[in-house]
Design a protein. Structure first.
Length: 461
């Protein structure tokens, strides 16, 4: 039976979700039950058309490829302070519920002073209650990028954040309820400015990853107690791209390894980079290929927490999957299929208008078993070939147009876990890029690897 357009879109996005790996900041018993992940973030794009300073959520089953929820709109937005947030942090508490902390800052006015954090409670991230702003200190400075962890020796949670007391340091306040906090004290001040700490407890070891403001590199420090001023840096400096910050240290749900994420310094650069290791205490990290992970659309400075299969299902049910997909290039994994001046091409993400890369993958206009790609920001316009070149044109409902705009989805020519798209009316030709411009070309069994890679894409969100 032919799929409805709505069902087809939903299945297309579901097929983009991957399988098995993960995160956590809780005790071993907590992460052992987790089989999926949730990512909390805010959004920005190069020209800020995608900027939104509310809490956004994405989910993943492998901890690498992320599906935004709620059409990448916020699931909750602050109603006090600056009326916006940055740097949301999701912590699973000892009772199994969640608390969300965030910087009280809407936009990019980093010169303002603010002593407060936004705080919400949540049972399973399908609803948020108890919103409040908690005052962390009385200094004439900021309160940025919170992270939190359970300190078993104290029987309290530590809330660590970036502030300035004459130098850029990490402060800490302790709390039992995320409502009343202890007096602030310096948590980490290594003799140079630091920013964006992330604290993760693994057994009896506390790990603190941070940005060194003196050289822009990310480092890891560790402590056997987690007490203030007890950390020793043990890694070399890490960076990908021209600049980055906001490290996120994540333990895989299967317990077999770790990942480290870093956010680009600016929305005009690639949003996230990642590393992996099987031994976080060894301090050696391996760069992950961008083919292996896909951050949420326009995501900035977030946090990742492990969730159960039931929580994953509840989040998808409550907030819904995207009505659109993106096509990621196999051999240029920082590039996505988009239209520009009605020409189909692949360009490095991010870019504006960011909607140029969003497609409704619908049943084929010429044959429902195939697929067609309708532009999200130009409804009624579809990718089609004309003289073998790919264009974005309005559907004139002729038989020729419908055939030109229909493709047969196959296993990826360069990677069977990805996808390739064969022309409906020229079945010896496949959608591919050449010089970053899209066209359809013959790709027989003798085609070289590069040609097959040019015609291979990941259908993702």
């Amino acid at each position: 039976m032919p799929l409805s357009r709505r069902s087809f879109n939903r299945l297309a996005v579901l097929s983009a979700a991957a399988t098995a790996t993960a995160v956590t900041v809780g005790p071993r018993a907590a992460w052992a039950a987790n089989t999926a992940y949730v990512f909390g973030y805010f959004t920005e794009s190069p020209n800020f058309t995608g900027a939104n300073y509310g809490l956004h959520l994405a989910v993943s089953q492998d901890g690498l490829n992320w599906t935004p929820l709620n059409q990448n709109n916020p699931v909750v937005t602050p109603t006090a302070g600056t009326l916006g947030l940055r740097d949301p942090f999701i912590l699973r508490k000892q009772d199994g519920t969640f608390v969300v902390l965030a910087t009280d800052l809407a936009g990019t006015d980093f010169g303002q002073n603010n002593q407060y954090l936004h705080v919400w409670d949540s049972t399973d991230l399908t609803a948020f209650t108890g919103y409040r702003r908690v005052r962390m200190h009385g200094l004439a400075t900021h309160t940025w990028a919170p992270t939190a962890f359970w300190d078993a020796a104290r029987g309290q949670y530590g809330i660590v954040y970036s502030a300035n007391n004459g130098a850029d340091v990490f402060m800490v306040n302790y709390t039992s309820d995320f409502r009343t906090v202890s007096a602030n004290q310096v948590y980490f001040s290594p003799g140079f400015g630091v920013l964006d700490g992330d604290v993760v407890v693994d057994g009896s070891t506390f790990y603190l990853y941070y940005k060194n403001l003196a050289n822009g590199l990310t480092y890891g420090a560790r402590s056997s107690t987690g007490a203030p001023n007890s950390y020793t840096t043990y890694t070399g400096g890490l960076r990908q791209g021209s600049a980055m910050e906001a490290p996120m240290l994540v333990r895989n749900n299967d317990g077999a390894g770790w990942r480290l994420w870093g956010d680009s310094f600016s929305p005009v650069n690639n949003d996230y980079y990642a590393w992996s290791t099987t031994n976080v205490g060894g301090g050696a990290w391996t760069v992950l290929n961008q083919r292996d992970y896909t951050p949420p659309l326009n995501a900035k400075h977030g946090s990742i927490a492990g969730i159960s299969a039931g929580e994953y299902s509840a989040l998808v049910s409550r907030w819904g999957l995207p009505a659109w997909v993106r096509l990621k290039s196999s051999n240029y994994p920082d590039r996505y299929v988009r239209h520009a001046d009605n020409i189909g091409r692949i360009d490095a993400y991010p870019f504006d208008p960011y909607q140029d890369q969003l497609w409704r993958m619908v049943p084929g206009l010429a044959a429902s078993a195939g697929v067609s790609f309708e532009s999200v920001n130009y409804p009624g316009r579809f990718l089609r070939h004309s003289n073998y070149a790919i264009r974005l044109d309005p559907n004139d409902n002729t038989a020729t147009f419908r055939a030109d705009a229909t493709f047969t989805r196959t296993a990826g020519l360069a990677d069977c876990a990805w996808s390739s798209f064969r022309s409906y009316n020229f079945p010896d030709r496949y959608l591919r890029h050449a010089g970053f411009v899209l066209r359809i070309d013959p790709l027989g069994t003798g085609s070289g690897l590069s040609d097959r890679q040019d015609a291979t894409f990941r259908v993702t969100a």
